[in-house]
Design a protein around this ligand. Sequence first.
Ligand code: PLP
Length: 406
Amino acid sequence: MNQRILLSTPHMSGNEKKYIDEAFESNWIAPLGPNVDSFEKEIATYNGVKGASVTSSGTAAIHLALALLGVCKDDAVFVSSFTFVASANPVLYLGAEPVFIDSEEDTWNMSPEALEVALAEAKSSNRMPKAIVVVNLYGQSAKMKELTDIAQAYNVPIVEDAAESLGSTYKNKKSGTFGTIGIYSFNGNKIITTSGGGALVSDDDELLVRAKFLATQAKDDAPYYQHSQVGYNYRMSNVVAGIGRAQLEVLDERVNKRREVFSIYQQELGGIQGVQFMPEMNETKSNRWLTTLTLDWEKYNILPQEFISKMDAVGIETRLLWKPLHLQPLFADSKFYKDPHSQIPVSEKLFDAGLCLPSGTNMAEFDQLRVITEMKKILNSSRKHVHVFSWNKKIGSNSKLKHKIN
Ligand SMILES: *Cc1c(COP(=O)(O)O)cnc(C)c1O
């Protein structure tokens, strides 16, 4: 029996143990230490920002970011709706209220037009958000120029959730560096991993100092344990940071490999009726963390869930795209602004039609070909045979015939 093929699994470089050993030999197991300091410098250098503060998770980094921007109980925070729940959970930790913003078609990320409508309304009702969490899904940058222009016009800071887009770029600048604060994740399924961890980056020195302060229980500068505000225990350990250092060294390699995986899928599946891959916007380079596509299910006698079960039965993991947060029971009472150009919210259309394919950098080529073969088999056998349609298609592809019939 073949091994199960998963969406994305940890892929070590081989150098991780060297850094872990250094930590053990110096007994610098915890807390903090030289691996943490170096990893922070290396992340900042890689992304071209002033500094980084590494954390126990990406979610912790978002929580810190919102706390740093002064988000308090009952404040409003705007968040991309089409994302993993971790983008919005920290809003709830702080007792604040998320307001969800729809996606647009070009990047699948936050719609600048929907944001504009939401901000104009917030202004007229005197309920401005304290922050906007903009997410870059599956490696694709959002329209950061448009989004930051609008946010600046209304004077609201952006937290860029780049948990899935580490190594991607927008106009040759690294994803995650466009907001007041950016965050990354090193969870086990991400493009690089520390087994679990995250980072907060910024060009604002003062914010970075305060991030570390809040992440280490907010201890006052006093000769005893004195605390004037709520703090957290969110710093990354020195052992874990060692794994991160070795992983960061191979990040660009991993980006190239994920893009290669994507291009093989595109080549092999691009011709299938109704298949459309996630677009890559001009002037952006996606890390293609996961290869994702939408399928025109109307053309098939199979439901997305059935497709996933059939793939599962032959040992292949596929998944639906993120279920939009405005549709989650957890956020049933939250406000939502849809993309004004679309009648049905773009995020809902994507959720209804989309799939994620196995995209790990350690997936053997043989395994990827198996994914492709099984997908073709399932889709071919469930294609609807609409005669009028196939007849038209034939005409379209044969100009002589078309001429005759016309
Ligand atoms: C993974 C992820 C997070 C959370 O990161 P953790 O390190 O798992 O806490 C946040 N936002 C998005 C979009 C993610 O994919």
